[in-house]
Design a protein around this ligand. Sequence first.
Ligand code: W6P
Length: 429
Amino acid sequence: PKLYEKIKYFATFPQTGVSLRQMVKFGQKPSPGTLFRASQFVADELPIRLAHRVVELENLPNHLSEMPSVIKVKHWYAQSFKDLVEFPRPELSAELRERLRASMVAGQGMQLPEAQPNPATSYYAHSSVAAVTGSNRNGNAASATRTRAYYARMDNVDLPRDILKYNDDFVRCIGAIKRRHDPVVTTMAQGIQEYKEAIGHQLIDTDVQLFLDRFYLSRIGIRMLIGQHIALHQPPPDKDYVGIIGTRTNIRLIAQEAIENARFICEDYYGLFNAPEVQLHCPDDLEFMYVPSHLHHMLFELLKNSLRAVVETVGSDSDDNFPLIKVIVAEGKEDITIKVSDEGGGIPRSGMPMVWTYMYTTAETPELDADYNKSDFKAPMAGFGYGLPLSRLYARYFGGDLKLISMENYGTDAYLHLRRLSDSEEPLP
Ligand code: W6P
């Protein structure tokens, strides 16, 4: 129909990447002008990225596009696209445009690339400030007030209420989009399951693998843009945050937290008094610019895999001791590398490709215990789920990587490489 034509048109425009450094420069000391410009970038860029995904979901190989769960996901992308292109934009007077430009810290506004020649122009012709004002009556007034107070504090640029309201409404709109897409990974996993049943075998399908890597990498980027934009509209949690980016992320602290959480989950899952010990070697003061939640996520995932291997494959000695898991952090000029070493028996080399596949894993129903009930649902420890391939994508998103080296019948080393100077632009599939 008409929506799909529009989507195909938007998908002809290239996606525009942003580097971590650009996001930080742009988000530091945001003025209303900068924030408004950020809104415009996100409003231009998101529909393009979403459109690319819809078109890809429509053209998957081997009838994968016809799986009910894949169609469901595609509809979410199309709906979000629609929400964005139909979101009314304010018209700026020349005078206001000038004031906004002036309110940007010198040079700052230039750090963010222009989103591609706006394919939307013709579609937005109907929009006006009046339309903005008329929209969204069920907004969260408290949050709007808070955001407005925040603007007021950081700059004396007197923005018309319409523009402030536009910013608030836009933030709420992309927040709703982000929530709509929360179940994408699990729903795609269902789609893969449907596909496996349809084709009746379990071969690693290279096409599917390549598609999902691209698809999930793109999802990370989209969610990063949305998360960052929303966070910029709230007062920062502390001075070392710009949006969701930690400008001085302390690796040791994040690693300690990931270790604690993974061991706790492990004890809970296996009913252990003490999970295997994890020894951390990391300089106290090692800081770098990163997204703390991403770092935690990757380390937590690696640690769960190591713990699982140690507990399940090796077990404890007569004194209830497990072999140690070691986390070594090395600081180089280019990379910070984190090695997670376990003596959990390793993986045969032939099994290594399986670790990274989306098709092999049984992401359907988690195993149910005989005495299963909803209150003691044991999901978290279950691996090899999508945890490892997704963690590798998180690493790659900012120019890093994740590699596994295994010694069969001994143990596994996971190498998490993270770029120190995150000038690398987002990879855009
Ligand atoms: C294993 C298998 C694995 C995957 C990822 C990280 C660590 C480990 N250990 O035995």
